[in-house]
Ligand binder design. Structure first.
Ligand SMILES: NC(=O)c1ccc[n+]([C@@H]2O[C@H](COP(=O)([O-])OP(=O)(O)OC[C@H]3O[C@@H](n4cnc5c(N)ncnc54)[C@H](O)[C@@H]3O)[C@@H](O)[C@H]2O)c1
Length: 267
């Protein structure tokens, strides 16, 4: 049994009488960066927005949820309510960042939904289209609109797509989600290499199960047992890797799919 104590700066885990202290922040200077985070009203998007703000970036969060305004105001970000499945909405989100802060430097495609529990024999076209519209097409539209803005600015820029460990290995009982996330991994390679010579980098991260509102509370213990780490991940453990990938320290990384999964895809 792992229990934890969390402060702003550290998390202390207790396993029996063993105590492991982990620093939550490696601060990266992002004062010259403007970031758009889709799905920024919750979960990994919100944790990422907060991490980028903490590093000094200016941030616009874009989300379907009516909570987006309140969430943005509470963390000091700008906001837009939008739907990532609609190209005009995604373009409006990029335009909002440029209108508010003069440019775009970073886009994080974190808007997503979980799949329904359907294997290939049970899958319906309705379910397939719904999951793929958000988890796959929404990511493509975010990449496209952000990259066109970077090309227009002639500045380079960074995109981070949130795929999943289920983009690297499949979950047979969730075919639409597995296919969408696998698609995001290869989309990242195509997008991340197309304009690499112009300083435009696109990478994706492939999280294991992370403690966010997407994951039903009652399933968290069962998921923990599936990870070699013996626990699921925390949102800030993903946000800190995203911040690093967005930073100039990661300037030679593009087209990559990075697992953040407590070892799940390693066995
Ligand atoms: N939590 C996990 O265990 C986990 C693991 C691997 C990958 N992911 C991926 O990470 C991403 C974020 O998931 P999360 O755990 O933060 O979930 P979450 O539900 O906490 O956040 C997702 C956000 O996306 C927004 N959203 C959904 N559909 C949208 C749309 N059409 N347009 C705009 N916004 C929309 C929601 O309103 C919500 O605020 C998803 O792509 C998810 O598949 C999550």
């Amino acid at each position: 049994m792992l229990d934890k104590r969390m402060t702003d700066e550290t998390v202390t885990y207790h396993r029996g009488d063993k105590e492991i202290e982990v620093r939550k922040t490696v601060k990266i200077d992002m004062h010259d960066k403007v970031a758009l985070v889709t799905g920024g009203a919750s979960g990994l998007g919100l944790a990422t927005a907060m991490r980028l703000l903490r590093n000094g970036a200016r941030v616009v969060i874009a989300d379907y949820s009516p909570n987006v305004k309140d969430v943005a105001e509470s963390i000091g970000a700008e906001w837009i309510q939008m739907d990532v499945t609609r190209e005009a909405d995604v373009q409006a989100a990029v335009d909002k960042a440029v209108e508010c802060y003069g440019k775009l430097s970073i886009a994080v495609a974190s808007a997503g939904i979980g799949g329904t529990n359907c294997n290939i024999a049970e899958e319906t076209l309705e379910d397939w289209n719904k999951v793929n519209a958000v988890d796959y097409t929404g990511v493509m539209l975010t990449d496209k609109c952000a990259i066109n803005q970077f090309l227009k600015q002639k500045t380079g820029g960074v995109v981070i797509n949130i795929a999943s460990m289920f983009g690297l290995v499949a979950v047979p009982s969730n075919v639409a989600y597995s296919a969408a996330k696998g698609g995001v991994v290869n989309l990242t390679k195509a997008a991340g290499t197309a304009f690499a010579d112009r300083g435009i980098r696109v990478n994706c991260i492939c999280p294991g199960v992370i403690n966010t509102p997407l994951v039903p509370q009652k399933e968290k213990d069962a998921y923990a047992a599936l990870h070699p780490s013996g626990r699921i991940g925390e949102d800030w453990e993903v946000a800190s890797i995203i911040a690093f990938l967005c930073s100039d320290d990661a300037r030679f990384i593009t087209g990559a799919a990075i697992p953040i999964d407590g070892g799940y895809t390693g066995v």
